[in-house]
Design a protein around this ligand. Structure first.
Ligand SMILES: [Zn+2]
Length: 139
């Protein structure tokens, strides 16, 4: 989908602000996420890497954890922004985390310039997952 097709620009902008706080010195793949609760609150997250790779945290999961810590567990949309040239879907672990609270959540993935948007429902079959191809690496 292209911008102007009913996407929530303010949610994208909140994700973009979170992206600026991403800590990704190892992958240089910075991610910002903004999660909207049905009550209207917007909670953000960014990826936070660690020198111990398994301790890295995704932006989407961090946003969900922060929201839950504030007593929010009912969500209707999450916006994800990366600096990649293509919209980046959440990884499988983040999909599982989102599915725990909101199986029908709308996932809107944006490029930094919002020149391209990919929207999906987390529980849909055929949902494109984050993967090595999206990182531009070869197998
Ligand atoms: Zn993830």
């Amino acid at each position: 989908m292209k911008e102007g097709s009913g996407q929530d620009a303010s949610l994208r902008e909140a994700a973009l602000r979170a992206l600026d706080n991403a800590y990704a010195p190892y992958s240089n793949f910075r991610v910002g996420a903004a999660l909207r609760a049905r009550s209207g609150e917007v909670i953000t997250g960014c990826n936070v890497e660690n020198s111990v790779n398994s301790l890295a945290m995704c932006a989407e999961t961090l946003a969900v954890a922060s929201a839950v810590s504030q007593g929010l567990t009912d969500f209707d949309e999450i916006a994800i922004v990366t600096e990649d040239s293509e919209p980046t879907p959440p990884c499988g672990a983040c999909r599982q985390v989102l599915n725990e609270f909101a199986p029908n959540i709308k996932v809107s993935s944006y490029t930094r310039e919002a020149s391209d948007i990919r929207a999906a429902i987390v529980g849909d079959r055929g949902f494109i997952c984050f993967g090595i191809v999206l990182l531009g690496e070869s197998r």
